[in-house]
Design a protein. Structure first.
Length: 260
């Protein structure tokens, strides 16, 4: 409900050229609409208050990590320069004496990841592994958000598995609350009315990564961080869009629900 109302009002409060972008089919779309997902995220965190026996540590961490990364993504959506692509590109710009919003977002992702990992009780080397996992999950969500619904279609099954495993510390109401909002958002995104943008993708990635750090055991955490690191490294050399188009099952899933 919160997401549906916000999306209906989006053309009014997300007006202006900085909020609009051409999508992959050169259609003008509200590219910063992912900020509306703060609503269901906050509702989920509020719902966690009604389950006191679970505690609130994970719920609060999910809320803070999601909101901070959403804001950083929004800044990049509105003021970013797309000439620098990938982490390597942003670092190269830094050596040329230019600090990009993408680099600020990447550094912010690292800080948020480490902060969330610490807040969830990870210590020693596990604090670093957890922080890395959250930062990489946030970055990967951005890398996948190049076609309508793509990032969401991957995010949903992953967080569903975490929710079924049981996210401690009041995390489950946050996941279910946000999931409901994301489902509503997906319909509008597939119809090419809105985009997640870096704001929405950052939020989803940060929540998924934080939920994983809160839920997985040490072996699972290492495996998660390793897979995310490998995908991030591959993305510097290969286009995920090209790979998806060449693999028939992935192409079918990617096109499912899109406007013809």
């Amino acid at each position: 409900m919160v997401t549906a109302v916000a999306l209906r009002a989006a053309p009014s409060f997300l007006a202006g050229r900085r909020h609009l972008k051409q999508n992959y089919r050169e259609r003008s779309v509200i590219a910063t609409a992912g900020v509306v997902l703060i609503g269901p995220l906050a509702v989920g965190a509020l719902a966690a208050l009604f389950i006191p026996e679970e505690g609130y540590r994970t719920a609060a961490t999910l809320l803070v990590a999601g909101v901070v990364m959403c804001v950083l993504g929004l800044v990049d959506d509105m003021y970013g320069d797309r000439r620098a692509g990938g982490l390597v590109g942003h670092v190269s710009e830094l050596f040329r004496g230019r600090v990009t919003t993408g680099l600020i977002k990447a550094v912010g992702g690292g800080v948020v990841g480490l902060g969330a990992s610490w807040a969830l009780g990870r210590r020693g080397g596990w604090f670093l592994v957890g922080g890395l996992g959250i930062a990489l999950a946030t970055n990967l969500a951005n890398l996948l958000d190049l076609r309508p619904g793509r990032a969401i279609k991957i995010w949903f099954p992953l967080v569903l598995l975490l929710a079924l495993a049981g996210v401690p510390g009041g995390g489950e109401p946050v996941i279910w609350g946000l999931g409901g909002g994301v489902a509503v958002f997906l319909v509008s995104e597939l119809r090419e009315r809105v985009m997640l943008g870096d704001a929405g993708a950052n939020l989803l990635g940060a929540v998924a990564g934080t939920a994983a750090v809160a839920t997985l055991d040490k072996a699972g955490l290492i495996a998660c961080a390793a897979v995310l690191a490998a995908l991030t490294a591959v993305s510097e050399f290969l286009s995920f869009s090209d790979v998806i188009e060449k693999v028939r099952p992935l192409r079918w899933l990617d096109h499912l629900g899109r406007v013809p």
